[in-house]
Design a protein around this ligand. Structure first.
Ligand code: PMP
Length: 393
């Protein structure tokens, strides 16, 4: 055969990019490297034996339904559980079970974004959301944000004509910051006044250290918000289960997008999670995750205090979640520093990819949950040494 086949990519495929972070992780996952780069929960927290029990139970009691196609909305019992545990009045009919909250982001993109739509995001924001939204060709607008979260005055300026604001109020990925009560109240009011919908992503909200964070944005104005949750950080990410809670007006379109994407999330996994959740399992399990992550976060903060003294590096102290955010001294670039850090046996994620414009090239994200305390001590010492060797003269 002589003719060559011409595969012409759709414009949206041209716009897709490999996750910068996944590319970085390939380099940093070499044996022997202490990695603060990954976004993975600690596998130590996965309740393996509870799943083994649930697995036997589901197969025995409900095996054929668990292995059959099922409703696109999700398993009724799981939807009811989700509605019950949210801190505002939610009808189970508003709950759509998704294949991870990442799929929720993809469905939101398909249903709410046209080419050129203005989509408001925090500065910086979750890279996976930018990836999920990008194929629908939005115009991203970064809203100014500080340690308390989104700058409400800037939001008011940017709101006209925007399709929605994508917000992560709790222990944000990548910065670990939490939006204050005052900021949440002002933000929801400003968004409501501007008629601006809020897409609220909350996979980390249960992982607080000392006290629960303030109530979600959606709880304050349920008709103005689309809320995304996940089982990845409180049970296990390999289940690929999350959920969204949508206002009634939006639900049918999200459901149609879900049907087109994958018909439904795995019936078996949904039943497994339902079986694990009964009898208040999370009330016993989640505190163990909080305690582990809090101790690892404390260890990283102590190591930073000890090792970075006098270097001019800044960092925050998160109230929960998996990440903290650091800033190198003036004149340094986190992306340029990374290969040197890897040579010294430690890895992090540079902050730049999390910005839609004007990246803060000095910033970097550190995960404190997968390394042991001993590795945290050695890794932060190696990072401090790398910074010391590359300080601008
Ligand atoms: N949103 C945020 C902010 C995240 O950090 C993640 C996971 N890294 C997700 C959504 C997706 O999580 P999942 O699909 O596992 O629920």
């Amino acid at each position: 055969m002589t003719a060559t086949t011409h595969w012409t990519l759709a414009r949206r495929a041209e716009r897709m990019n490999p996750s910068v972070i996944r590319e970085i992780l390939k380099v940093t996952e070499k044996p022997g490297i202490i990695s603060f780069a990954g976004g993975l929960p600690s596998p130590q927290t996965f309740p393996v034996s509870a799943f083994a029990e649930a697995c036997a139970e589901v197969l025995e009691n409900d095996g054929r339904a668990a292995l059959q196609y099922a409703a696109s909305e999700g398993h009724a019992q799981l939807r009811e559980w989700v509605a019950r545990q949210l801190p505002w009045k939610v009808d189970p009919a508003q709950v759509l079970i998704t294949t991870g909250s990442q799929q929720g982001l993809d469905l939101v993109a398909k249903v709410l974004i046209d080419t050129g739509s203005r989509v408001l995001v925090e500065t910086p924001t979750y890279l996976g959301a930018l990836q999920a939204f990008t194929p629908m060709e939005p115009r991203f607008v970064g809203v100014a944000s500080d340690a308390e979260g989104i700058d409400v005055d800037d939001l008011r300026r940017q709101a006209p004509g925007a399709r929605f604001l994508y917000a992560l109020p709790n222990f944000q990925n990548p910065t670990g910051r939490t939006m204050s009560e005052a900021r949440r109240a002002a933000l929801v009011q400003a968004a409501a006044e501007a008629g601006l919908p809020i897409v609220e992503d909350n996979p980390y909200g249960d992982l607080w250290f000392d006290a629960p964070p303030p109530a979600p944005l959606t709880a304050r104005n349920p008709d103005g918000g689309l809320y995304l949750g996940s089982f990845s950080k409180i049970l296990a990410p390999g289940l690929r289960l999350g959920f969204l809670v949508a206002p009634a007006a939006l639900y049918p379109k999200l459901l149609q997008a879900k049907q087109a994407a994958d018909l439904h999330s795995p019936s078996f996994n949904q039943r497994l999670v339902s079986a694990v959740l009964k009898d208040g399992f999370l009330e016993r399990h989640v505190p163990t995750i909080r305690a582990l992550y809090a101790s690892q976060c404390r260890a990283m903060l102590a190591a930073l205090e000890r090792e970075m003294a006098g270097l001019g590096v800044q960092w925050n102290a998160p109230d929960g979640g998996m990440f903290l955010w650091a800033r190198l001294p003036e004149g340094m670039d986190a992306t340029a520093l990374l290969p040197h850090a890897v040579e010294r046996g430690v890895a992090f994620v540079p902050g730049a990819p999390f910005f839609t414009d004007a990246p803060d090239t000095r910033s970097l994200r550190l995960s404190f949950v997968t390394a042991t305390v001993e590795q945290i001590d050695r890794g932060i010492a190696a990072l401090a040494q790398t910074v010391r060797e590359h300080l601008p003269t």
